[in-house]
Design a protein around this ligand. Structure first.
Ligand SMILES: Nc1ncnc2c1ncn2[C@@H]1O[C@H](COP(=O)(O)OP(=O)(O)OP(=O)(O)O)[C@@H](O)[C@H]1O
Length: 311
């Protein structure tokens, strides 16, 4: 329970809209957990409830076993980046962080440390109103790190960052997780999470779709792309042998040559079977379903404004 974010049957309704419906999942320390869902899926609403900024209609959200709003000196317990646009533009970066440090009883020396850590040491005396989106993200991350908290929550932290910034954030998150912290990061893009997270919580239309490792999630894709591509000069014979073993065999539609797309048997078993039947193989290529394909398939029913929607 220590350092864990636990969400249990969490529900939030706004009038007639159910933003989050009976969500249950846990976010554990020591790894980066991605919080993924299409626009409007309820990620920000969930994070606000985890942070005690919004009250659940029903259910609970706790950090290390208790609702976060109960705690004094918040930034020492949970660091959060919510909306990078929220910073008061007239203040300098150092003054902004200094005020946060004071109100959370964090030593002033941390301000310079975190500014250094996020690469803003050179901009410490500049007013944040002139910051680029990427700089505001870095400042928001600095604020999250200020209290050296065991639990960190980031809502869309990669927004506005250039490729170098993205690399830096990924390294930072990995480092925080390796120190044994809980790191929970939201995104609406699987491509962002693929190289950032170890574990995923996926939601669509406010409901839980998956809470598992990336590998487990990828394996859910029913197929677009998953399986083994096999090429042989004796396709009819191999197809019969494969079907007898329970495999599904069809022409590989991605290929102009006479390749077969096989699912239900892995490459090793297909190779051994071909050998037993004396069928030569010209190619034997495992193809993993991409995470992106699995994400699209599993959330396709829950996109708020699908492309091509005429509304
Ligand atoms: N204060 C509010 N009042 C009314 N409806 C709200 C409010 N906040 C969120 N919603 C609705 O709840 C749903 C979930 O919104 P939320 O912002 O949590 O989604 P999200 O997954 O963070 O999406 P995005 O990636 O677009 O930020 C949406 O349909 C949204 O319109």
């Amino acid at each position: 329970m220590e350092r864990m974010i636990e969400v249990n049957l969490l529900t939030k309704r706004y009038g007639g809209t159910t933003a989050v419906r009976e969500l249950t999942f846990a976010v554990r320390p020591g790894r980066v957990t991605g919080f993924l869902g299409p626009n409007g899926a309820g990620k920000s609403t969930t994070l606000r409830m985890v942070l005690g900024l919004d009250a659940p209609t029903s259910g609970t959200a706790t950090v290390s076993g208790s609702p976060f709003r109960d705690r004094a000196r918040g930034l020492r317990h949970v660091g959060a980046l919510l909306d990078a646009g929220q910073v008061h533009g007239g203040r300098t970066a150092a003054a902004h962080l200094g005020a946060l440090a004071r109100s959370n009883r964090i030593p002033r020396a941390r301000v310079d440390e975190v500014l250094e850590e996020v690469g803003l040491a050179g901009a410490a005396r500049r007013r944040t109103g002139g910051f680029s989106l990427g700089m505001r993200q870095r400042l928001g991350i600095a604020a999250a790190l200020l209290g050296d908290p065991p639990v960190l929550v980031f809502d869309e932290p990669l927004n506005g960052l250039d490729p170098e910034g993205v690399q830096w954030v990924r390294g930072l998150f990995r480092g925080l997780a390796a120190e044994g912290r809980t790191v929970f990061v939201s995104s609406h893009l699987m491509s962002e999470m693929e190289h950032t997270a170890d574990h995923l919580v996926v939601i669509g239309r406010g409901e839980l779709i998956a809470a598992e490792s990336l590998a487990e999630f990828a394996a859910r894709g029913t197929g677009a792309g998953a399986g083994v591509t096999v090429r042989t000069p004796q396709p009819a014979e191999l197809t019969l042998a494969l079907r007898a073993e329970g495999a599904t065999v069809r022409p590989d539609s991605d290929r102009a040559d006479a390749a077969l797309a096989v699912t239900g048997l892995d490459a090793a078993r297909i190779g051994a079977l071909a050998h037993r039947h004396g069928v030569p193989l010209l190619e034997l290529t495992p193809r993993s379903a991409s995470l992106e394909a699995a994400f699209m398939e599993l959330t396709s029913g829950s996109v708020e404004f699908p492309a091509g929607d005429a509304r």
